[in-house]
Structure formats: C-alpha cells, structure tokens
Design a protein around this ligand. Structure first.
Ligand SMILES: *[C@@H]1O[C@H](CO)[C@@H](O)[C@H](O)[C@H]1NC(C)=O
Ligand SMILES: *[C@@H]1O[C@H](CO)[C@@H](O)[C@H](O)[C@H]1NC(C)=O
Ligand SMILES: *[C@@H]1O[C@H](CO)[C@@H](O)[C@H](O)[C@H]1NC(C)=O
Ligand SMILES: *[C@@H]1O[C@H](CO)[C@@H](O)[C@H](O)[C@H]1NC(C)=O
Length: 441
C-alpha cells in the first residue's frame, strides 16, 4: 500500500515538473502541488500565461492578428489555469472570431493592450455580421485588465450610404451559452451595435467596466441580456446611444447597482413581445445608481399583442439628472412611426419605483399600460422629480400619466399630482386577467 502511494505521488511529481518547463508558447507564472484535502495523493494547480505576441502577432493595429488570438485562446483553454495575455502598449486588429469552450479549467483573458475591430465595413465577411468576438460554450472565464476593446463602429452608424451596410450590425463582445463569467475593469467602446451581450447564459458578473459610444450612435446598447439568469452588474460607467442596460426575454434574478448611466436611453426591460411572442422576465433589482442626460430612466417597454409576464421588478434609489422620462412603462412600444393595434398584452405586475429623485425634462411619470391587460401591484414611493430647467423652463413639460395602472403610492411624492396617478388596488377581475398570462412563463 505504501509503495503504491509513493508510486502515485511520483507520477504527480513528474507531471508537475513537466508542466513547469516553459514552452515557446507559454510562460509559467506559478506552479505548485498541494496535498489534496480529501482525495488520494496530490493535486496540481498552476497558471500558465499565453501571450499573443509569442504566437507571432504583429501588434501594429493593421495586420490581422485574429489567428494568433485564437491560438493563444486554444492553448489557454487546454491547461487548468490558462491566461490569454493581450499586453499593454500594443494594438491588435482582430476580425470576427469565435473563442470556444468548454475549457479544461478556469481561463483568464487579460486585456491590457487594445483589441481593434476592422473599421471598414467591407472588411467584415457578410456571413459573420452578428458579432465580433464571440465566446461560445465557455464556463468559468474572467475577462479583466486595464485595456480597451474598440469596435471602431462609426462607419456603421451613419445612415445607409453603401450597399455593404446590412440591417445586421455586429455586437462587440458576445457570450453564448456560457456560465460563470466575470467581466471586469476593461473599457469597451464604439461598438457597431451592442457592446456586451449575454445570450442563453448563467452566472454573470460585470464589475468596474467602462462602456462608451457617442450619444447619437444608433442601437449601441451598453449591456444586453437575453435568456440569461443570475446576473450582477455593478460599479460601472455606461454611456452610449441606446440603453445602458437592456434586459430581454428569459431573464431572471438580475441585480444592477452602482451604475452611472448616460448618455443613452436609461435602463430598460424590453421591448418585449414583438410579433405576438411570449416574454417572461422576473426578479429584477436596479438600485443605487445615477442616470444622467438620458431620454429615459427606469423603463419597461412591451409591444402590443405579446404574451407572458413581467413581474417582481424594483427600481430603487435612482438619482436622475436631466432625464426626459425618468419613470416609464410603455405597453404600446413601436419602433416605427405606426404599428398595427393588437389585442392582448404581456402582463406587468409587481413593479416598484422607490426613491427616484432628481430632475426630468419632459414628463415625470409615464405609465401607459395595455387597454386589455392592466398593470397591477405598481408601487410608487418617495418619488421627487422637479423640472430640470425650473417650473417655467419648458412649455413642453407634460403632466404625470398613469393609464390602466393599479397600485399604491406613498409619500413624499413630487409633483403632488402623482398622489392621484395610480388607480387604487385592483379588483379580482383585474388580477385574474393578469394571472392568466402567468401560466406561459
Ligand atoms: C472555476 O474556476 C475556479 C478556479 O480554478 C474553481 O475554483 C471553480 O471550481 C471553477 N468553477 C466551475 C463551475 O468550474
Ligand atoms: C477598475 O479598473 C481599473 C482599470 O480600468 C483599475 O485601475 C482599478 O483598480 C479598478 N478598480 C477596482 C476597485 O477594482
Ligand atoms: C423578487 O426579486 C428579488 C431579486 O430582485 C428576490 O430577492 C426576491 O426573492 C423576489 N421576490 C419574490 C416574491 O419572488
Ligand atoms: C390604435 O388605436 C388607437 C386608440 O384606439 C387609435 O387612435 C389608433 O389610430 C389606432 N392605430 C391604428 C394603426 O389603427
């Protein structure tokens, strides 16, 4: 028995020694073998760095370094603790790529330099316009560093001049079917469209990032979530031409806090239920954030005719500054000048706006709930909104609107008219309509 365990130990020792020898492509940072608490023998932990430069990247910002990045990724993906390194002081032109998992263990993507997308639209292949850098089936990844991911998107933003511009515009960083992802510290800017997107994923933490694009760049959402659960987005600055954070169907348990949002369209749920689709969104908490110089603040938007439910949503302690419409539910969402009226609607219930304080520049509250399915259990408490340019500062100022919205309001409420905005309670028939849409989710 003793001989056997010595034998096993030697195998691990050899394995670890072997793993410590630096190869051309990888440089070892740290390697150690520890006694395992419960298992037999030993287990090894080691981090191995894979610098894109050692794979032959040109790093001049105009030669295509995509293949080198994919090679560094594949190498890091094969070891227990791989690190892909994008070093400081270098620029790497990367064409659309997919970085695929699952990997052997945890991967760190250390971005200290700059990743550049092709700036000319013609340089994008037509078959691959959905995203620039696509992480697929990746579990357990950390993206970090002081570097920049630059989508160089401005050619995509101008109104259609050339035939090459399609309706589809690439997302900068996309995660598909991935789990346990951390994105921290980096800057993502000037994406052709969405900057950071999570799709069919779970376990996402976004911390201390900067997302920026001009306020007039179209559809450049900051962070876009779809069919993604267990998300925390915090301590980040997001200013773009569209939603700072956009939460789409299939999302639940999303916690957003300590965000500076603006310019852009605020923090939004939806548009949900387009083309009579089913949408389910629940357990969303947005708190302790500042929204400044945006078109909207806290917003839920649904198309007419959709099915499903939005429930248990809280916006709490949000400071708004010069926001046109700080508090919005719009169940008549339409992205063109005219949409057909449809019957039926996604139900909205259990939405709390608590401590929304600051200045608005058009209308303090706009709750336009469906004619068919009222919003229920809406809670307005401690809303204090003053006109940005003072009470006489704009002839375009509109009074608070609550249409087919049931719930309770608690003071302090400014302007005073908010006290009479919501309909009280909601009788059983109202609640029943709203209950029936729950079954689809
Ligand atoms: C992720 O990686 C860390 C560090 O290697 C590890 O401790 C953890 O168990 C991994 N989690 C999953 C879900 O694989
Ligand atoms: C946030 O990210 C920057 C790099 O962009 C870094 O210098 C800073 O230390 C980070 N802050 C925290 C609290 O991690
Ligand atoms: C509502 O959502 C929050 C997370 O935002 C969660 O903690 C809470 O348990 C949910 N409440 C219900 C009744 O599901
Ligand atoms: C939809 O209904 C509204 C209110 O009933 C009406 O004013 C509007 O013209 C209708 N729109 C269309 C496209 O039919």
């Amino acid at each position: 028995m003793k001989h056997f365990s010595v034998f096993v130990s030697s195998i691990f020792l050899l394995y670890c020694l072997f793993r410590t020898i630096p190869s051309i492509e990888g440089r070892k940072f740290h390697s150690s073998c520890k006694k395992h608490h419960k298992g037999y023998g030993h287990s090894c932990t080691s981090t191995t760095g894979f610098n894109i430069l050692s794979f032959g990247a040109k790093a001049n910002g105009f030669s295509d370094d995509s293949k080198k990045l994919v090679m560094a990724w594949k190498a890091a993906c094969k070891v227990p603790e791989g690190i892909v390194q994008i070093p400081l002081g270098h620029k790497f032109l990367i064409k659309p790529i997919t970085l695929q998992g699952p990997c052997t263990g945890h991967v760190t993507f250390q971005i200290d330099g700059t990743l550049l997308a092709p700036s000319k639209i013609g340089a994008w292949s037509k078959s691959n316009l959905f995203q620039w850098i696509n992480f697929k089936w990746v579990h357990n990844l950390t993206i970090q560093g002081s570097g920049v991911v630059d989508g160089q998107g401005c050619n995509w933003w101008t109104p259609i001049k050339s035939k090459h511009i399609s309706d589809i515009k690439p997302t900068a960083l996309r995660f598909y079917a991935s789990e346990d992802i951390i994105v921290r510290d980096i800057t993502i800017k000037n994406s052709p469209q969405v900057h950071l997107k999570f799709d069919d994923s779970r376990g996402v933490k976004v911390n201390n990032i900067t997302v920026s694009a001009p306020g007039n760049s179209p559809n450049t959402d900051g962070i876009h979530l779809q069919n993604t659960n267990d998300v925390e987005i915090m301590h980040s600055n997001i200013g773009t031409g569209d939603d700072c954070v956009s939460i789409q169907t299939g999302c639940s348990n999303v916690h957003i806090h300590h965000i500076n949002c603006g310019p852009g369209h605020g923090i939004s749920l939806g548009g949900l239920g387009k083309d009579k689709s089913v949408a389910c969104v629940s357990d969303i908490l947005v708190e302790n954030s500042i929204i400044e110089s945006t078109l909207y603040g806290a917003r839920i938007k649904t198309w007419q005719g959709g099915e499903g439910v939005v429930k248990n949503v809280t916006f709490s302690n949000i400071q708004v500054v010069d926001v046109n419409f700080p508090i919005v539910i719009n169940q008549y969402y339409c992205d063109k000048s005219l949409c057909q009226n449809q019957t039926g609607s996604i139900a909205i219930k259990g939405v709390k706006f608590d401590k929304i304080v600051g200045t608005y520049s058009t209308q303090p509250i706009h709750l336009a709930c469906s004619d068919d399915v009222p919003c229920t259990d809406i809670d307005l408490s401690d809303i204090q909104l003053k006109p940005f340019r003072g009470p006489l500062g704009g002839s375009q100022l509109q009074k608070a609107l609550c249409w087919n919205s049931y719930g309770i309001s608690k003071g302090p409420l400014v302007p005073y008219s908010i006290n009479y905005c919501l309909r009280k309670g909601g009788d059983d028939s109202v609640n029943q309509i709203s209950e029936s849409s729950n079954e689809l989710c």
